[in-house]
Design a protein. Structure first.
Length: 123
C-alpha cells in the first residue's frame, strides 16, 4: 500500500481496492481522514476526459447515449453494450432475437477484465 495526501474535499469515485469495505480498517493502517488515503494503482488526479456517443434505431423508436470517464483509476475499468437489434446467432435459429434490444453497463468493480469480457461476449 502507498498513501499520499489528496487535496481537501477530493474523494475517489469508487471504494479503495484491496480493503476497507464496510468501514473496516485497511490491514491495520490508520489514516486521519479519507482525504489522505490513496492506494497504489490510483492516479493523483482524476482523468476527466470523456468518451461519449449515441445511437438510434429508427424503426423501433429507440434513442440512446453513453459517456465514459476514467476518474481516479489507472485505466478505464468500465464497459457498456448498446445493441438495438439482436440478430440470430445461428442459421438454425431463424427469427431469433431480431426485435430485442440490449443495453448494459459493466461498472468494473469485478475488474477491468470482467467488464471487457462481458462487453465482448454478451449477448
Amino acid at each position: 500500500l502507498k498513501a499520499v495526501r489528496r487535496p481537501p474535499g477530493v474523494f475517489p469515485s469508487s471504494p479503495p481496492a484491496g480493503g476497507g469495505a464496510m468501514g473496516q480498517p485497511l490491514s491495520g493502517m490508520s489514516f486521519s481522514s479519507a482525504e489522505e488515503l490513496l492506494l497504489l494503482g490510483d492516479l493523483p488526479r482524476p482523468n476527466t476526459d470523456k468518451a461519449s456517443g449515441n445511437g438510434k434505431a429508427g424503426l423501433a423508436g429507440l434513442l440512446w447515449g453513453h459517456s465514459c470517464m476514467q476518474g481516479w483509476r489507472d485505466s478505464m475499468e468500465d464497459a457498456h453494450i448498446a445493441n438495438a437489434r439482436l440478430l440470430p446467432s445461428r442459421p438454425n435459429r431463424p427469427g431469433g432475437w431480431s426485435e430485442t434490444a440490449i443495453f448494459a453497463v459493466m461498472d468494473g468493480h469485478g475488474g477491468e477484465q470482467v467488464a471487457r469480457f462481458c462487453e465482448l461476449h454478451l449477448p
